[in-house]
Design a protein around this ligand. Structure first.
Ligand code: BTN
Length: 260
């Protein structure tokens, strides 16, 4: 309760965006905003609902990892989408627009280029600044809903040495208002989400151009095997294409890791 009082920040979506709602479901503290948002999907929750907390104590990362965030310092939230206009085999497009949305919003305030480390880690100066955990719900052959969990390092300045992490404050020396940053991200997501209806090719191209390591020789590891290769891009399903010698290798998420 004391933590809740100390860290209470007022979150409000200020602009009139084309989502069905601009409702913000604020929890001073919770285990995982993705879990809370998934529970809300059992109700009549509308597209555009944001679940946000200042103190996420069991945050979920990709591949079963944890996502840790210092209370009151960063953004930890989930956005509910209902992309029923997409086919299940187009799920990667959600990754595309959310990654680009974070990149666009960050490039407005960071002194340099933001990159997407395939498939959906956001990097600045070769360090991770944000991560996405996208959980889609399919019904038969149709897309039903999506819980897009976003963790963005904003004002935290200490990170364990074991992770290559940075934050907006480390990159700019400035404290950033969490509600303004949330608004900037949601505006960016909403603009790209509505472009998805008729601009898929352009968005895929933008994603491709933003990939960390694109066209450069990098080291990769697959199972125990380390090799050098060049990222050529992704295919329409979001699989990573790496050129190794004269071969093009195709990898699913989690099959390959880029080394630094
Ligand atoms: C990753 O890079 O491993 C994904 C990180 C995603 C973290 C966010 S924080 C808000 C939302 N709720 C969670 O439990 N996880 C996501």
């Amino acid at each position: 309760m004391i933590l809740a009082k100390l860290y209470k920040i007022v979150y409000k979506i200020l602009a009139n965006l084309p989502f069905q709602t601009n409702h913000v479901h604020y929890l001073p503290s919770c285990h995982s905003t993705n879990e809370v948002a998934r529970d809300l999907l059992q109700t009549e929750v509308t597209e555009g609902t944001v679940v946000i907390t200042d103190n996420q104590f069991a945050g979920k990362g990709q591949a079963g990892n944890q996502w840790s965030s210092f209370p009151g310092k960063n953004l930890t939230f989930s956005l509910i989408l209902r992309p029923t206009f997409l086919m299940p085999n187009e799920q990667f497009l959600i990754t595309v627009i959310l990654s680009l949305g974070i990149k666009d919003a960050l490039e407005e305030i960071l002194p340099g280029e933001v990159k997407i480390k395939w498939p959906n880690d956001i990097f600045f100066n070769n360090k991770k600044i944000a991560g996405l955990l996208i959980e889609n719900v399919l019904r038969g052959n149709n897309f039903d809903s999506c819980v897009a969990g976003i963790g963005l390092n904003v004002n935290q300045t200490d990170f364990p040495d074991s992770i290559r992490a940075t934050s907006i404050k480390l990159a700019t020396n400035q404290e950033v208002d969490l509600n303004l940053m949330l608004n900037s991200l949601i505006a960016s997501f909403s603009s790209l989400y509505f472009q998805l209806q008729d601009n898929k090719v352009k968005l895929l191209q933008q994603y491709h151009e933003s990939l960390l390591g694109l066209g450069q020789e990098r080291k990769f590891i697959v199972a125990e095997d380390e090799f050098k290769g060049i990222i050529e891009g992704t295919d329409e399903f979001g699989r990573l294409l790496i050129k190794r010698g004269s071969d093009i290798l195709v990898f699913q998420h989690k099959e390959v890791q880029m080394l630094f």
